[in-house]
Design a protein around this ligand. Structure first.
Ligand code: SF4
Ligand code: SF4
Length: 228
């Protein structure tokens, strides 16, 4: 990709890496604009990786270690997103850090405040798999995401990559809820799995771990995870 990255964008990236992000990408917000910050038309996508050992602890049910890591990564991402937003403000622009895990509330309980996965895809960090999970180039599905919306001029550094699921159906077969249908994501942003079935199953069967809010089986089985 032929591009000239501004010194400010380079500084922001260097700060994010110093703060510990595993992945960072940049994109134009475009039609994904949120009413929360309608004038912030660019986005920074950041990701943190679960350790391999944490994911190994998931078997036919989530482990307490995985649930704790899920919350730890959310908090860690929120902290980094806020620090990056403040750094952007100090450069003279507006910035809106979006929490890693925050739904739109009662009216849309399965939709995040902004679609973190869409921003990560547009930033060239990976693709959305048949599982509905974001699959990063480097670490497969072993990541969590957050986003910073901004009016700082940003140039995407990496091209958007194609879906890489191919004929794989491991997540379809492994999902105990039957929530993954084996469909590729559409370009109109419609969900390609049932968040309702997933949530109902977790609430019913994994209430003792994380109050039924985590599972992790489809994350663990994905062959795009390059376990060392
Ligand atoms: S988190 Fe569990 S229940 Fe939900 S889609 Fe993945 S495997 Fe299925
Ligand atoms: S398990 Fe296979 S089909 Fe499911 S997201 Fe991963 S690569 Fe795609």
């Amino acid at each position: 990709m032929d591009m000239v990255i501004s010194k400010e964008q380079q500084e922001l990236k260097a700060l994010a890496l110093k703060l510990g992000v595993d992945l960072i990408g940049f994109c134009k917000n475009g039609d994904q604009q949120t009413p929360l910050a309608p004038n912030l038309t660019n986005a920074v996508s950041i990701a943190l990786k679960y350790t391999d050992s944490i994911l190994e602890s998931i078997e036919t049910a989530p482990s307490y270690a995985y649930f704790h890591a899920y919350r730890t990564l959310n908090t860690y991402l929120d902290n980094i997103a806020y620090r990056l937003a403040r750094a952007i403000e100090k450069m003279g622009y507006n910035a809106f850090p979006v929490a890693a895990s925050q739904s739109q509330g009662k009216n849309a309980p399965y939709n995040g405040v902004v679609p973190h996965k869409t921003y990560a895809v547009k930033s060239g960090l990976g693709f959305v798999g048949k599982s509905g999970l974001f699959i990063s180039k480097e670490y497969g599905s072993k990541v969590r995401l957050a986003t910073i919306l901004t009016d700082m001029p940003l140039i995407p550094e990496q091209p958007i990559i194609e879906n890489g699921c191919g004929n794989c159906e491991l997540c379809v077969k492994a999902c105990p809820a039957g929530a993954i249908y084996g469909e590729l994501p559409t370009t109109n942003g419609e969900r390609n799995f049932s968040a309702e079935k997933c949530s109902e199953y977790m609430k019913k069967h994994f209430q003792d771990v994380g109050r039924g809010s985590v599972c992790g089986i489809c994350i663990k089985v994905c062959p795009k995870n390059k376990l060392k």
